[in-house]
Ligand binder design. Structure first.
Ligand code: SF4
Length: 412
């Protein structure tokens, strides 16, 4: 039976953080209730189309999924369990924010089958938390972490963020130290990206451009400091038994996030909820990003989409867009295989490339691989290709080298 991952989007937050460009917004209880009702309908309508798939992971992301009541989350989980074939040992993750968890909620998550929590901390420093517009304190995070452990959660990720405005290397190391004291099973450590359209862009957009040009910045840490933070993170976490398995993700052995690994390995996934993306039958498509549309029941009709995909299949080597549906031709799939797979420290397997695409990796990317290897940015051994440390530090450049020329045409 084919493997499928499910992503469930809960787009609500208490308040928007200043750096955030995710699809999330505050909403009152009645909107949240209406949303859950529609989400359940979407599951009921689309799950039967996935009869041939077995679900290996479920990821509740957001937004702040823990803003829903425990009962609402349990209801969604029940619907998923009933309508999809969810494997016994499926990884079921729920993203939570400090200040939104209670003992009762955690107990309901547990009963509903959630077996992994991802807690958004970002910083252990109160001033930094305020600066980036987070609603919680470090103490509230500690309380939530403790509650989660007491509720029996033995697989917890903590999200932290480096390169914050005004942050010095020693400030960042303080956050890492405080997180390590808790011994979570997994740590995601991303650098701040100043995204357009956020309050942060207004404040730090110019500084970000200066940083990209390698110039002295006013508030943001310089490129060099950012790199130093990254390298220290890897060293310190390795000393504490966390293996880096992806550019920004570290885990105790065996605690890597299976859902994300599936995503980087091009496992099919179905997104449910507002704006969620899917990758099925070599096609990418997304739900509407407009909340009012979603609340009216205007989500994707999966059966209809897969029929369209089937019709488009004859157009093998053409990439075409239809609304929010994009067919990935072979070239686009090869690109995705390379630039998602190379994010992982284990890199990609030549044999898998050959099996998936029926051609040798060398035949498609031979010249690029040789060039990147000469530059010391990739290594090749035991049938695998992976980024070197130097390659990771300029990963955007390296990954962009795997883009092939693709013809694009639109269909009605
Ligand atoms: S809690 Fe997460 S999703 Fe919500 S606004 Fe903050 S960063 Fe964005």
């Amino acid at each position: 039976m084919r493997e499928l991952e499910l992503y469930v989007h809960i787009p609500f937050c208490v308040k928007k953080c200043d750096y955030c460009d995710f699809l999330s917004m505050p909403a009152d209880e009645s909107v949240r209730r209406h949303y859950v009702g529609q989400l359940l309908e979407e599951i009921r309508q689309n799950a039967p189309v996935c009869k041939e798939y077995q679900v290996s992971s479920v990821f509740f992301g957001g937004g702040t999924p823990s803003l829903l009541s425990g009962g609402q989350t349990a209801e969604i989980m029940e619907e998923l369990q009933e309508r999809f074939q969810v494997r016994q040992n499926a990884e079921i993750t729920l993203e939570c924010n400090p200040g939104t968890l209670t003992r009762q909620k955690l107990a309901l998550y547990k009963t509903a089958g959630v077996n992994r929590l991802s807690l958004g901390l970002q910083s252990a420093d109160h001033r930094e938390l305020q600066k980036i517009g987070r609603i919680h304190t470090f103490e509230e995070f500690l309380e939530s972490f403790d509650l989660a452990r007491k509720a029996g959660f033995s697989n917890i990720n903590v999200d932290v963020m480096s390169a914050l405005p005004g942050q010095r290397t020693k400030d960042w190391l303080y956050t890492l130290k405080k997180v390590l004291e808790l011994r979570p099973e997994h740590i995601s450590a991303y650098s701040l990206i100043v995204e357009e359209g956020t309050p942060f862009y207004e404040r730090y957009g110019e500084d970000e451009l200066r940083r990209q040009r390698g110039e002295v910045c006013r508030d943001l840490p310089s490129e060099e400091t950012e790199r130093q933070m990254y390298e220290l993170t890897r060293e310190i976490l390795a000393d504490h038994g966390y293996l880096r398995y992806e550019i920004s993700n570290y885990a105790k052995p065996g605690r890597e996030c299976r859902h994300n690994i599936g995503y980087w390995q091009l496992t099919p996934y179905l997104g449910l909820g507002l704006g969620s993306s899917s990758y099925l039958e070599q096609a990418r498509f997304s739900n509407t990003r407009k909340l009012e549309e979603y609340l009216k029941g205007n989500w994707n009709d999966l059966a209809e989409i897969l029929e369209t995909v089937e019709r488009q299949k004859g157009r093998a080597d053409v990439s075409c867009g239809q609304g929010e549906l994009v067919m990935l031709d072979k070239r686009a799939q090869m690109e995705e295989f390379m630039f998602l797979g190379l994010r992982m420290t284990a890199g990609i397997a030549r044999k898998k490339f050959q099996k998936l695409f029926g051609v040798e990796l060398e035949g498609v990317y031979g010249e690029i691989l040789r060039k990147l290897q000469r530059q010391g940015l990739i290594e090749q051994s035991e049938g695998r290709v992976f980024l070197t440390e130097e390659g990771i530090s300029v990963s955007n450049y390296v990954l962009s080298e795997f883009l092939l020329e693709v013809e694009t045409s639109s269909s009605e």
